[in-house]
Design a protein around this ligand. Sequence first.
Ligand code: GRF
Length: 189
Amino acid sequence: MEKLIGLKKVKTAVFISGTGSNLRNLIKFAKIKMSPISVDLIISNTCKAKGLRFADEFKIKKKIFDLRNNEKNILSLLKKEKIKLICLAGFMKILSNDFIKKFDGKIINIHPSLLPKYKGLNTHSRAINNKDKFTGCSVHYVTARLDSGKVILKSIIKILAKDTATTLAKKVLIQEHKLYPAAIMKIFN
Ligand code: GRF
């Protein structure tokens, strides 16, 4: 990722589908002076995403797109808003290869496992069923292959005997909120 020039923050769009706790966390992070990014656009593939409320709360432009047919429209909006970085945060749709190519090296995602382990869904129950001793989360570049792009940073937590998929999800989410900003700092340094 190119270096930051002067004090200009990199215009960023966050893509969500659900609760948006990572979105909220990134908005808060972007407001810190030393943050290399500003969150200028929120995109959701569904109007049901609870995280959309943060667009109103923080007065950030939001757009709901029903993806597949609409990638062209998303791309023109991103261009219009001069977006240079896309952060996927609980975004449950798969972007087309064409879209990813157009934003090559500028889309990152947070995934609730220690990649390359457990790409895809239900990561916490898979870790528990396999009797893993550790789990965590990873921030990685998005490529055409699901959850397979180069990892930027990972955070590890211990799995306790009493952990369930629900308790793990909560613990990992706390780590995610630390990891995403740290990964963004890393790519701009
Ligand atoms: C996070 O665990 C993220 O890693 C996963 O979906 C969850 C989204 O949480 N892909 P939130 O919407 O950011 O609260």
